[in-house]
Design a protein. Structure first.
Length: 243
């Protein structure tokens, strides 16, 4: 699944910080709600983050917006535009993937935390917002390795099965041990753009960060033949690797 097919709704990104980030984001979400309908939702780390913030508190009162937090989802919310305030990468992907989300504006705590999402979503920049630092292009051979892995495991299972973790470690280790470098952030951005759910992407990124330091996780030996590397290199040379 491509990122374009994953999120078929408007997205926006504000500047870091409460002002003007929150004020710009609130205005954008309020306009979307008035024009296209739906109940606005504020998605924040905790309820106190909303109640103790004058911009968010006023928005919730005046727009009759609902509030959801990392631990308390909005079970009664039936859909509409979302203001995601200071989300982690995983929580951002979670609300972005919610089928009830009809538009999404992100107020970042830091640009690094929203870089992978922004790379995939290409949001509109509001006010003085600047795009997050562009991620380096993933080594095409690593991209082919991840494509192979995506066909072997079920990302929806969030890499909970020992066999899936074993195969993921093997794929990453073969690439790394043969001179193809990557970081956890590289892998997270690729999986996010290629349809992996947030939790699976996060777990694979953590595994990739571990392998990239030269460590091989203590998992059962995979049956992967190292000859698969030649297949990845051939495909990458042909220009078929996902960008």
């Amino acid at each position: 699944m491509s990122a374009a097919g994953r999120w078929r709704y408007p997205t926006a990104l504000t500047a870091v910080g409460d002002d003007p980030g929150l004020s710009d984001g609130i205005a954008w979400v309020a306009r979307r709600s008035r024009r296209f309908g739906g109940t606005p939702l504020v998605y924040a780390p905790g309820r106190s983050n909303v109640d103790d913030n004058p911009w968010l508190r006023e928005f919730v009162d005046e727009a009759r917006a609902l509030v959801a937090t990392w631990r308390r989802p909005a079970t009664t919310w039936r859909g509409g535009p979302v203001l995601a305030a200071w989300p982690t990468p995983e929580e951002l992907t979670r609300i972005a993937d919610d089928r009830r989300t009809t538009a999404l504006c992100v107020v970042p705590n830091s640009l690094d935390e929203v870089a992978a999402w922004a790379q995939a979503a290409q949001p509109r920049l509001l006010g003085p917002a600047v795009p997050p630092p562009g991620a380096a292009r993933l080594d095409p051979v690593v991209a082919e390795a991840l494509t192979t892995l995506s066909g072997l495991v079920d990302p929806a299972s969030n890499l909970t099965a020992a066999q899936d973790r074993r195969d993921a470690a093997a794929v990453l280790s073969i690439a790394h041990e043969n001179g193809h470098s990557f970081t956890g952030d590289d892998v997270y951005a690729w999986t996010l753009a290629n349809g992996w759910p947030a939790r699976a992407a996060t777990r694979l990124a953590a595994l990739a960060a571990h392998v990239s330091t030269g460590q091989r996780p203590p998992l059962p030996t995979s049956t992967f033949a190292t000859e698969i590397l030649d297949v990845w290199r051939d495909r990458a040379t042909q220009g078929d690797a996902p960008k």
